[in-house]
Design a protein around this ligand. Structure first.
Ligand code: FAD
Ligand code: FO1
Length: 452
């Protein structure tokens, strides 16, 4: 195992001279104490300076349409996290408000020596980081704690597809897919103690939609994430490639909400999957293709394409092929309200929508079909993108994620895909039909399963 964080994993957003106070890790994407390169880097820097180490998380009153479902899941995990950090003598401060104000105020009030944060390609996060780095004078470092191969190293540009990024990522795995050092008990304590923060009123102060019920079937947090990983490796990995595309079976890992909130590191998942004794190598490779190549391709798309959530982000061939079909007659046309209520003519689509609304998780195979039908049944590709993102990010526990924006742009705008046979509305965008689904799995069974 290497001594210290790999130099390719972090980069300076701002140079400068630090204060006499602690090293501050402003946590946002990677909400965990274990296997967190941003936290490990911050601790290395605090030890080198013989300073305290503190973690701050800035709770914003609303975030990309997140509802009580996602905030509830996240906050329960943050409470567990604050306890885990306390045990390591690393105080956890929950700030409330806009990061550009709150993070700067914290850094100034505490005379921070260095500010560290975790990488996130989403536009909103880049906005937060820019606002902060333009107004602080201490060093500010960004660490990619989410990807195994740091996003800016995997490729210097937007990749065409999995087939172009795969060799670049595989080549770098020897260097980056290494084990994590443990987080040390921090030897320098900090004079300020965080006030107890997880009182019930915390949620009521948020400006969010409270009608999307929290999920009960999945426990949030690091411990639960590792438990779900253990179950997956023991009981599902060996048949992953055959069962993962059958929505009537639970053949996938169910890790996406934990990866989205950073409760578990994808690097940890990959290391444990490679060590899994009973699973055949081919099954491990099929799983790592999704976990590493597909997931890191999504960060690549959002990082290098500013228009990752609109039609403008589509490849030129897709824009060209959709244009002449804008006026094609839509055999079915549905309002967002009808879609949200799962009231279309298509019972398979309604079942997928129902699964997502009821459980906060739609099966991965159905997500492709679900999004493509939204293109087919709405007046324009622009309206389709807006509706698909709204529905995905309101109801999916793993929503508001680069995987989501990329998955929707793949389905509706051919991102990372190629041209297929020309047809009405779609042009050469890949089409999916319920007959095609019928040939793949028992759709009656899937529809009945969603009837509760
Ligand atoms: P597994 O099959 O167990 O895969 C393990 C991990 O690999 C996943 O947790 C995920 O991190 C990654 N992964 C798997 N498939 C993909 C993929 N196609 N693209 C990128 N990463 C992948 N994923 C989200 O995390 N959030 C979303 O909001 C989201 N919305 C999507 C919308 C559409 C229209 C499509 C087509 C895909 C979307 N995906 C999204 C990607 C994928 O469907 C989910 O990550 C996956 O279904 C999660 O289930 P799992 O963890 O059991 O997956
Ligand atoms: N990140 C924050 O730094 N502060 C928040 O209050 C916050 C709320 C939030 C709610 C739902 C959700 O899905 C994500 C949220 N995030 C928040 C961001 C999250 O940690 C991820 O960084 C991004 O969503 C994925 O890139």
């Amino acid at each position: 195992m290497r001594r210290g964080t790999h130099p390719g994993r972090f980069r300076f957003l701002k140079e400068g001279t630090g204060g006499a106070g602690p090293v501050v890790y402003w946590m946002s994407r990677d909400q965990r104490s274990r296997d967190n390169w941003a936290l490990l880097y911050a601790q290395e820097e605090a030890l080198r300076r013989e300073r305290p180490l503190v973690v701050i998380f800035c709770l914003v009153p609303s975030f990309l349409g997140a509802t009580i479902r996602q905030y509830g899941f996240m906050l329960k995990a943050l409470e567990e996290l604050s306890g885990a950090l306390e045990k390591k003598h690393i105080p956890f401060f929950l700030l409330r408000g806009e990061p550009a104000e709150e993070v700067i105020r914290f850094v100034e009030e505490n005379g921070a020596a260095l500010l560290v944060t975790d990488f996130d390609p989403l536009r909103i996060k880049i906005g937060w980081r820019n606002a902060i780095s333009s107004r602080i004078s201490i060093p500010f470092v960004e660490v990619d704690a989410h990807n195994i191969v740091p996003c800016w190293l995997a490729s210097p540009k937007q990749e065409f597809g999995a087939y172009t990024i795969r060799p670049k990522i595989h080549r770098a795995l020897d260097e980056f897919l290494d084990d994590f050092p443990p987080l040390k008990k921090h030897p320098v304590s900090y004079k300020r103690r965080p006030r107890t923060i997880f009182r019930p009123g915390l949620l009521s102060s948020l400006r969010i939609n409270r009608y999307v019920p929290e999920v009960k079937w999945l426990v949030p947090g690091e411990k639960a994430a590792h438990q779900v990983l253990r179950v997956f490796l023991k009981t599902k990995l060996s048949s992953y490639s055959t069962r993962r595309n059958d929505p009537t079976q639970d053949g996938t890992s169910f890790l996406s909400p934990y990866l989205h909130f950073g409760h578990i590191a994808a690097q940890r998942v990959a290391l444990e999957a490679l060590k899994a004794r009973r699973a055949p190598q081919a099954e491990k490779e099929a799983f790592l293709e999704e976990l590493i190549v597909r997931r890191e391709l999504s960060d690549n798309f959002c990082f290098y394409n500013r228009h990752y959530d609109t039609v403008k982000g589509f490849p030129d061939w897709a824009k060209k092929t959709l244009a002449p079909h804008r006026r094609d007659r839509r055999k079915y046309m549905y309002s967002l309200k009808t879609l949200e209520a799962a009231q279309t003519h298509d019972e398979l689509w309604n079942a997928a929508q129902t699964q997502m609304v009821a459980t906060g998780r739609m099966h991965g195979y159905m997500r492709m079909y679900w999004a493509k039908k939204i293109l087919e049944w709405t007046p324009t590709p622009e309206a389709a993108m807006k509706s698909a993102i709204y529905l995905n990010d309101t109801y999916e526990l793993d929503g508001r994620d680069p995987n989501g924006y990329t998955g929707i742009a793949w389905s509706i705008g051919g991102v990372h895909d190629r041209a297929w046979g020309e047809r009405p509305v779609f042009g050469k965008i890949r089409y999916m039909s319920s007959n095609g689904c019928k040939a793949k799995f028992d759709i009656e069974r899937y529809v009945n399963q969603q009837k509760g």
